[in-house]
Write a protein that binds this ligand. Structure first.
Ligand SMILES: Cc1cc2nc3c(=O)[nH]c(=O)nc-3n(C[C@H](O)[C@H](O)[C@H](O)COP(=O)(O)OP(=O)(O)OC[C@H]3O[C@@H](n4cnc5c(N)ncnc54)[C@H](O)[C@@H]3O)c2cc1C
Length: 439
């Protein structure tokens, strides 16, 4: 094919989440011809927003805290500057106590024995720190001390990542877990909170339409084909087959599909690659959305982390606090995340009653509240798990996929801890790599 034919040919993008749409947006700007294939009957993937009666819920808590100036500009233009800028308010719930986030800096008010043990262990760990942690548990012991790690972090880790901290690597931590200084730990144990330490100190959220309002910035022309679940990819004959019975040829492929799914769609994949792809771990999440007939007396928090195993969920947020347009006047809303995996199944398949019971136990839902709407949505791919074998398995899968010529992007196509901004940039980067090949 000459260059001109390449440019006219149909590039196929798999998945219409942020990464696939961003790739399409860029191809559109570059005047390439392409098709996007999406299995759902809506665009946005994890960045989609859904209506439940008159309530608006995202697919899990979604706020934009990007530090990238180009993405900030892009997203604010997408919603014509109609966004709300929030100062993050984040709480922790531990054994009936409400603790500001990050808890390691705000122990004031906890039982004296707990504070004493946290401080002594922290000081001992600080004196012995060698920066040689082989896993997340060791990192926590070094940076936070034994008692705080065991009472707080390990419990949350199990509930959120579904594994013990010793089964996780350290390459995802970055700014996500705050290693406090001795002054911060001691000050926070002696005085009520006065300072902010969260890496996510402020965030933006669209005024209208939920998080999905940001999707308006991604112009992909008329290229999106909804209800097109790819069920097989023939690399040799460059042919896609869909669950709806249709088939389509392509010249080049960009995939934002989860890597284990992508590998299953390909023919003649070596056994070693199949095994590695099967061993890539990801958590799933049950999202329970509730609309309630009360607009006052909610906790002072956009979101809250829960540590105790008796409470079924690890995190909740309040969509009505992100934008008042997310719930009708006089009401409030909660969305709860309960993570699960093969290693840690859901306590019950139907989680709504259990969630309401646990929220009532914490005092967040009151006995007299009326639940106006309730819904459970199970999301298969939630958080890529950084277990100790991830890097090795990922390298095997990537080496093979590089030979096929398929460009990958997105949270599950790159198999990374991508936030929305990373996913958009990864879609753009996939197009850059492809366009170099097509030159
Ligand atoms: C619970 C949760 C909370 C989050 N909160 C935040 C936050 O507050 N801020 C933030 O910046 N980021 C957040 N993220 C991350 C953010 O959601 C992702 O980075 C981003 O939305 C991923 O986009 P993507 O396009 O890479 O993947 P996806 O959105 O998963 O898109 C992949 C698409 O491929 C489609 N697909 C799958 N299989 C097939 C097939 N066989 N054929 C055709 N189509 C297929 C899917 O339907 C989907 O639409 C959160 C993620 C989760 C899970």
């Amino acid at each position: 094919m000459n260059k001109q034919e390449d440019k006219k040919s149909q590039i196929a993008i798999l998945g219409a989440g942020l990464a696939g749409l961003a790739a399409g947006h860029k191809l559109n700007e570059m005047k390439y011809e392409f098709n996007i294939y999406e299995k759902s009957n809506f665009i946005g993937g994890h960045a989609a927003t859904h209506k439940l009666g008159d309530f608006i819920f995202d697919d899990g808590p979604h706020v934009s805290f990007t530090k990238r100036p180009e993405i900030k500009k892009f997203l604010s233009e997408a919603v014509e500057e109609e966004f709300i800028e929030h100062k993050s308010k984040v709480l922790n719930y531990w054994k009936g106590h409400w603790v500001k986030h990050p808890a390691q800096c705000f122990l004031y008010g906890l039982p004296t024995e707990t504070i004493k043990n946290c401080l002594v262990d922290y000081v001992n760990a600080y004196k012995q720190a060698s920066n040689s942690a082989q896993n997340y548990a060791e990192w926590c012991f070094e940076n936070l001390g034994k008692t705080f790690s065991e009472e707080f972090v390990f419990k949350y880790t199990k509930k959120y990542w579904t594994l013990h901290a010793k089964e996780l690597s350290t390459d995802w931590i970055g700014p996500r877990i705050y290693p406090p200084s001795p002054e911060e730990v001691i000050k926070g144990a002696l005085e009520p909170p006065t300072t902010e330490y969260h890496y996510l100190s402020e965030f933006r959220y669209p005024t209208n339409g939920g998080f999905a309002a940001y999707l308006k910035g991604l112009n992909t022309g008329n290229s999106v084909n909804l209800n097109h679940e790819v069920v097989s990819i023939d690399i040799k004959s460059k042919l896609l087959t869909f669950a709806n019975g249709k088939k389509s040829n392509f010249t080049n492929l960009i995939s934002s599909l989860p890597l284990p799914e992508l590998i299953k769609l390909l023919k003649n994949v070596p056994e070693k690659v199949k095994i590695a792809a099967n061993q890539l771990k990801c958590s799933s999440v049950a999202l329970i959305s509730l609309g309630i007939n009360r607009d006052v007396d909610w906790p002072e928090a956009h979101w809250i982390y829960f540590y105790d195993y008796e409470i079924s969920f690890s995190r909740i947020h309040f969509p009505h606090l992100l934008s008042p347009h997310n719930s009708p006047p006089g009401t409030g809303s909660i969305q709860v995340e309960t993570y699960y995996s093969d290693e840690m199944p859901l306590p019950e398949n139907e989680m709504i009653d259990r969630t309401i019971k646990d929220l009532t136990q914490t005092g967040i839902i009151k006995k007299e509240d009326e639940i106006l709407v309730s819904h459970q949505h199970n999301v298969k791919y939630a958080n890529v798990i950084f277990d100790l074998n991830r890097a090795e398995n990922l390298a095997i899968v990537n080496d093979y996929l590089n030979e096929t010529g398929i460009e990958r992007c997105g949270r599950y196509g790159d198999w990374e801890y991508h936030w929305t901004d990373d996913s958009i940039v990864s879609g753009w980067d996939a197009v850059d790599r492809l366009s170099i090949k097509l030159k």
